[in-house]
Design a binder for this molecule. Structure first.
Ligand code: ADP
Length: 506
């Protein structure tokens, strides 16, 4: 396809700022598209003065609320623009939550502005020399960008990706007037959501095309169980919805070269994995048990109900009765954190808990563990299980969303030649988790069988290039209705309004 100008707008981008998988995707997808010849750029808030230290000012925002800067550093290989406002800047690197774990009070205003600025750039208002043909917005933080683009007949096409429908950006309706959006947006067929406003509805309802991060999750969000109250809207526009699996960066996540590891390995030479396992246990103050087959279980991820952290807590006494070691890295719900810290004191020989965000330790855990626990209640795509597999760590997952699309179940003693590389739990509950662990321990005790499993996992490919090609097709579909880029004044066809009128979209 011909090269496109694509502007991504998002709240995270690794390695500049990362809270979860959204950051990883923004760190990789624009680069993958650039490698395919596109001019991909990213608009991101500046959450810390450190981010803006070497930045060049492009322009002041017309309303005086901030500045647009060009980020300069070798850490990223595509152009990055930073939205600098006092509200974002004072966050000290925390995009969403204060140190106490509560949402920043000005989230609706600041992220509302992020959408506004993105739409301004898409409209060719803010930046003289560059105007995108496609604006690609991500999650609720940027859900208002497609709304303004729609209202202002923007010549650029809009694409919106749902990375997690569990967070919909719900705020009191007075935000509309504060952001300069018309009162007509406070309507069930627009942004209204049970008396409030949901930014996510902007992306779902107004983008020319929308996507989510796995084919299975694209089906799930059309059902009440996974739809967060927006499944009606998703169903009504499902002809514009595509599920595209995230990839992983094979260089940043390569056990054969990873600088976080002292012992490197690959699917053929696995000795280094055993050495990393001992190094991990030693470093965490756990005894490397070598005389009996004692697997190292790991948890890397947010300690939230979505991830099933409460199930981990519930299953903990049962887990500790078994011959295992468990390493937990993650933070989240305060109660869960405290319970886990207490449990680590109770079982100091078997359980280690780190409540920090530690990228290097995450790499070492993926390398040194034998199994990754991921009992998510829902999982749009999930990256942790893909990183684990790449490092030969076998994921135990609930069969939902991207976990189904990426982890091939070993079934009950299925022959590993079938490519199995993980275990599907029977459900999102503690007994199912324990039962899955028992099955995995049974497999672990057969070294030849386990090795095949590990090799199957390590040779799975989750590559960004094929995902980038799938996004290209979505961009093409989004552009189909647009006027040619050199004739920006021509109004767009208004099919969407008619469609939305029949939604009943709460
Ligand atoms: P999420 O729903 O949080 O986006 P994903 O599995 O898609 O879940 O992505 C989580 C990403 O964040 C992975 O790259 C994982 O390794 C990383 N991660 C999660 N918690 C931590 C932590 N405490 N320290 C380091 N990395 C973490």
């Amino acid at each position: 396809m011909r090269p496109l100008k694509i502007l991504f707008v998002a709240a995270e981008m690794a390695p500049l700022v990362k809270v979860g998988g959204l950051g990883d995707v923004l760190g990789a997808l624009p680069v993958a598209l650039a490698a395919r010849g596109h001019d991909a750029r990213v608009l991101l808030p500046a959450y810390d003065p450190v981010m803006t230290r070497k930045a060049r000012v492009i322009t002041l925002l017309p309303d005086g609320s901030g500045r647009l800067l060009e980020y300069r550093a070798s850490a990223v290989s595509v152009p990055v623009w930073l939205l600098e406002t006092p509200g974002f800047l004072r966050r000290g690197g925390r995009p969403y939550l204060t140190r106490a774990g509560t949402p920043w009070a000005d989230n609706p205003l600041q992220f509302g502005r992020l959408g506004r600025v993105a739409a301004d750039i898409a409209n060719g208002r803010l930046v003289d020399a560059w105007q995108p043909e496609v604006l690609h917005a991500n999650d609720w933080h940027t859900g208002l960008a497609p709304v303004w683009m729609h209202l202002e007949n923007c010549p650029a096409a809009s694409v919106f990706t749902v990375h997690n429908l569990g967070y919909i950006g719900r705020f009191p309706a007075d935000i509309l007037s504060r952001l300069g959006l018309p009162p007509s947006m406070n309507h069930p067929d627009a942004l209204e959501f049970y008396g409030d406003i949901a930014y996510m509805k902007g992306g779902l309802g107004f983008a020319d095309q929308f996507t989510t991060v796995s084919p299975r999750y694209a089906e799930e969000i059309q059902t009440p169980a996974f739809g967060s109250g927006l499944d009606g809207l998703v169903r009504a526009r499902s002809d514009r919805l595509t599920g595209i699996l995230n990839g992983i960066d094979p260089e940043a996540w390569n056990p054969a070269t990873d600088p976080a590891l002292e012992n490197h390995f690959d699917a053929v030479r696995l000795d280094g994995k055993r050495d990393e396992r001992d190094r991990l246990l030693h470093g965490l103050g756990l005894d490397p048990v070598t005389d009996s087959p004692t697997p190292v279980l790991a948890w890397v991820g947010r300690l939230t109900a979505q991830k099933g952290a409460d199930l981990l807590v519930e299953a903990l006494p049962g887990l500790m009765e078994r011959s295992v070691r468990l390493v937990v890295l993650g933070s989240g719900d305060r109660d869960t954190e405290q319970t886990l810290v207490g449990a680590a004191r109770r079982w100091p020989d078997k359980l280690v808990v780190h409540l920090t965000f530690d990228e290097v330790l995450a790499h070492r855990i993926y390398a040194g563990a034998d199994m990754l626990l991921m009992p998510s209640r829902f999982e749009p795509c999930g990256l942790a299980q893909m990183y684990a597999m790449r490092y030969g760590t076998i994921p135990l997952v609930t069969p939902v969303g991207g976990l189904v699309d990426t982890v091939i179940d070993m079934g009950d003693g299925a022959p590993p030649e079938k490519g199995g590389c993980g275990f599907h739990l029977a459900g999102a509950d503690a007994p199912a988790l324990l039962e899955g662990v028992d099955r995995a321990i049974g497999a672990f005790r057969q070294p030849g069988y386990w090795r095949t499993l590990v090799r199957n996992a390590m040779t799975r490919r989750f590559d960004w290039n094929s995902s980038a090609a799938a996004y290209e097709r979505v961009y093409q579909a989004a552009l189909r209705d647009k006027p040619a880029p050199d004739r920006p004044g021509i109004p767009r066809r208004r099919t969407r309004l008619r469609q939305r009128a029949s939604l009943g979209s709460r």
